[in-house]
Design a protein. Sequence first.
Length: 392
Amino acid sequence: MRVGIIGAGIGGLATAVGLQRAGVPVTVFERRDGAGDAGSGISLFGNGLAALDALGLGPAAREIGAVPGGIGPDTPAGQRRPDGRWLTRLPHSVQQTVAVVHRADLQRILLDALAPGTVHTGRPAQSVSVDGRTVDLAGGPETFDVVVAADGIGSRMRRDWPGDPGIRSAGYRAWRGVSAQPVDVTAGIGETVGRGLRFGIAPLADGRVYWFAVVSEPAGQPTGQPAGQPALDGPGPVLAAFGGWHRPIRDIVAATPPEAIRSLPIEELAGRLPTYRRGRCVLLGDAAHAMTPNLGQGGNQALEDAATLVALLTDPTIDGRDGRIDAAVAEYDRRRRPRTQRIARQAALLGRVLQARGPLTAWARDAALRFTPPAVAARGALAVQRWRPPAG
Ligand SMILES: Cc1cc2nc3c(=O)[nH]c(=O)nc-3n(C[C@H](O)[C@H](O)[C@H](O)COP(=O)(O)OP(=O)(O)OC[C@H]3O[C@@H](n4cnc5c(N)ncnc54)[C@H](O)[C@@H]3O)c2cc1C
């Protein structure tokens, strides 16, 4: 069995690592000429770490996501108001289920785990044949037994899919950055919520701080930067919106290289795909289920997809009417679609609540957060993490 993978993001690379470790010949095609945008952080939760364990990458991921010095049980985590008062606190046991890593470090451990020559950069894919086996690529078509389309939210492959709903704006814009040096965040980590505004603080293993800022946009505003408008990248818009919030928000933004502060409109798949499988081609990661980042699950779900597909494709006992490989890709679709589409819906709903703009809705949100017992908040946070890969 030979597998071709389109896209060298988290999902494509993780799938390649798992298959290669199981002895399956695999080639990854990436449209870019080099490594992609890896300039911010990402939270890996229990489920993503379980997937990395299944792919043999768990120890390396835990190493890059180790808890930084000073972040112990005494550092509160949860949600705050802009003046710094706590709305809800999560137990330390929940904090310990998360590894916040720099995207560049995650990309490095994935690439290091692959044999040299596995990833072919500068080779964009245009389409996949109806039987899902032949990829039309820059440099010529190539045929595989299975093709994995892991080409992200704007997936070119998905455009030929039956029932592609396309993507839509979620109604808010995010800025992300990593401070150039450690910032003391022992006073608290997590999220601070205002009216149509949110700021997140997550320390990396070396004490630098990954942060994100989210601002609601007027309904119907086109995505991208409108011509003639002030620049959306850089610290200016972030400090204008959040500079008066509690400490150390201003310090964290100020400690981030200005050119590394990028904004992007938050988008999601505009509806549910009826299938993740077309012949021998499967959609994986954001290509299949691009979701808003409110639960921090997009990348974790891509890792679950990868671990599931690897386990199924390498399971010698799986069998079906049309043969082992067809049975495996059908089972991948059956297992992954309901879970990922449910999590995408939950993330969208949470975003609407957290980005509440009106005084009444924001007040109701804050009250709900304030009166949610920590044990209930913890159960909610842990529910999505309950996942185990299929035995391969
Ligand atoms: C603000 C923000 C915060 C987030 N925070 C988190 C978080 O904390 N935790 C989490 O789990 N997730 C988070 N996510 C989501 C996460 O980043 C994505 O779900 C994840 O990166 C998806 O990985 P992927 O491999 O599916 O796609 P991508 O990472 O987008 O990779 C797709 C790859 O395919 C390549 N490609 C595209 N088209 C082609 C083509 N035609 N031919 C060849 N190659 C192609 C691209 O260049 C790219 O390298 C966040 C997202 C945002 C926007």
